[in-house]
Design a protein. Structure first.
Length: 514
């Protein structure tokens, strides 16, 4: 990268950081609940340098690493610990991924491949509402995964100096959501093998630098494993390997795989939030998915024969990523959830862009290649940036209009008064299975106020790894979503009912002092 390019990148990063901080400090605050509150809570812990695990999973373990939260933490802290910065940083991450994608593509091909890759990204941004501004961990890796696949194609084709960047992108998406681990593992292995096979004189320093980058990025995960008898990595190993195996038939996985890869053309495409969905079977989606894989393999083979290494590497990596996606779906536990197919939707759009590029490549006038590079990059950047701003405005304004989250700060205010009045310094929280959504917002405010607390590990494992009991608690706080729960414990000595209105019931039981 030239000195001018480095200056431009640094200037863009600085402007993005200023924009995120200004957005957080100058706009009305947002009260988060549910998964977004958990994301904000984890970010708050990361801002204190105390987070070792990744996002929480419904299966009781955490995703591989906390890298995403450490990316969020600096701007979250600089923005006054306001949730708005999470949404703005999500836009910045997606734009950074797009810039990386366009930069690599422009270096390798300034013709139809750059044009159609840019168009694919723009279509995804337009077709999936609010995606660019969503800080949820199932949404954030999507654009970064596209950049990862394209960088992998460049590394395989001979750009071995991009291997550290590949490790950076792959670590981010693999740590943020475990569903990307097969993709990252297979494509990174292919890239490393390609670098070793090329026998370049500078390959050894590049591999050493890549290993250093990987070690640094995975350090919190390694510390967790060493200090906690295997920690979360051991839990993932037991879940996916020791007790693993195919959880869905190939036919079932194939139907969902095709539904995902054809998603960009479906009329029912929307931003998924982890809900169950009814698959709408159609003959064309499976055919389109198989056609994508087969034609990409053919494009890669023909490009190899023509010694067009980047086109061969790009099409080959996209085809391999698609096949890995099918295998990964066979390992999904429980029902397929809609967000588990989102990255396949983006991959399908990229696949179609690569195939369209190969179709028109030979007829593409050489004189247009430089102009196409400038126009397509500018259009993609402006279009996605416009969508990002629009998604940010829509998402944050809709979150501010919510009335159901007002009970979180109100409940915490009453709790704080009870704690102060009774000199409670370390309460212990016990939750029922459905009370975690609002509880995350309450725990966030406790942490931000510098108050020590612990959480029951049986009922709230998503918090217990960070807030374990130390045996010095001086009050028991019961949080439930079941009406009548507070009546069961109201007769206990020292009980204080903090809130008794549906859907949140909170009681405090004072622990007698010794």
């Amino acid at each position: 990268m030239s000195r001018r390019a480095v200056i431009v990148v640094l200037a863009a990063v600085a402007l993005a950081a200023i924009a995120v901080v200004a957005q957080a400090r100058l706009t009305a605050p947002i009260v988060t609940n549910s998964d977004l509150a958990v994301t904000e809570l984890y970010t708050e812990v990361a801002a204190r340098g105390q987070l070792l695990a990744g996002p929480y999973s419904r299966f009781g373990w955490n995703h591989p690493g906390p890298m995403y939260f450490y990316v969020l933490a600096p701007l979250y802290a600089a923005g006054g610990h306001q949730a708005t910065s999470l949404f703005a940083t999500a836009v910045a991450i997606n734009l950074a991924a797009l810039l990386t994608l366009l930069w690599v593509m422009a270096r390798e091909d300034r013709g139809p491949y750059l044009l159609f890759a840019s168009a694919a990204c723009l279509v995804i941004a337009w077709r999936v509402p609010r995606l660019l501004a969503s800080p949820w961990t199932a949404h954030v890796p999507v654009f970064v995964a596209l950049a990862f696949i394209i960088v992998c194609g460049a590394v395989v084709s001979g750009r071995h100096r991009l291997l550290p960047l590949l490790i950076l992108l792959g670590s981010f998406i693999a740590q943020t959501h475990v569903s990307y681990v097969p993709l990252v593992g297979v494509l990174s292995t292919a890239a490393i093998i390609a670098v070793l096979a090329q026998r370049r004189e500078h390959a050894t320093p590049v591999i050493a630098a890549s290993a250093g980058v990987g070690l640094l990025l995975w350090l919190p995960t390694l510390i967790d494993a060493i200090s906690n008898a295997g920690g979360n990595i051991a839990a993932l190993w037991r879940f996916f390997v020791v007790n693993g195996g195919a959880s869905h038939s190939l036919a079932d996985s194939f139907a969902n795989w095709g539904y995902g890869l054809a998603g960009i053309l479906r009329g029912d495409l929307a931003l998924p939030w982890g809900g169950h969905f009814v698959l709408q079977p159609s003959w064309w989606v499976g055919s389109l998915a198989v056609g994508q894989v087969a034609l990409l393999a053919l494009v890669s083979w023909r490009a190899c024969l023509q010694r067009r290494r980047f086109e061969a590497g790009l099409a080959g990596c996209a085809s391999l990523a698609s096949v890995v996606g099918l295998w990964a779906l066979t390992r999904v536990r429980g029902d397929f959830l809609d967000h588990e197919l989102l990255w396949l939707v983006a991959l399908g759009a990229l696949n179609l862009g690569i195939l369209a590029s190969a179709l028109v490549d030979r007829a593409w006038p050489t004189a247009l290649r430089g102009r196409v590079a400038v126009v397509s990059c500018a259009m993609a950047l402006m279009g996605v940036a416009e969508r990002g701003v629009s998604h940010l405005q829509e998402f944050t304004s809709s979150e501010r209009r919510r009335s159901d989250t007002a009970r979180i700060p109100a409940t915490y205010q009453v709790l704080r008064e009870v704690f102060d009045r009774n000199a409670i310094v370390r309460p212990h929280f016990q939750l029922d299975a459905d009370a975690w959504s609002d509880s995350a917002g309450i725990f966030l405010r406790l942490l931000q106020d510098g108050r020590a607390f612990s959480v029951d590990s049986t009922n709230a494992p998503m918090f217990a790894t960070m807030f374990r009991s130390v045996g010095a608690e001086d009050a028991l706080v019961n949080i439930s979503s079941r009406e009548g729960t507070h009546l069961e414990i109201a007769a206990r000595p020292g009980n204080v009912i903090v809130r008794d209105r549906h859907p949140l019931f909170v009681d405090v039981v004072l622990v007698p002092r010794r």
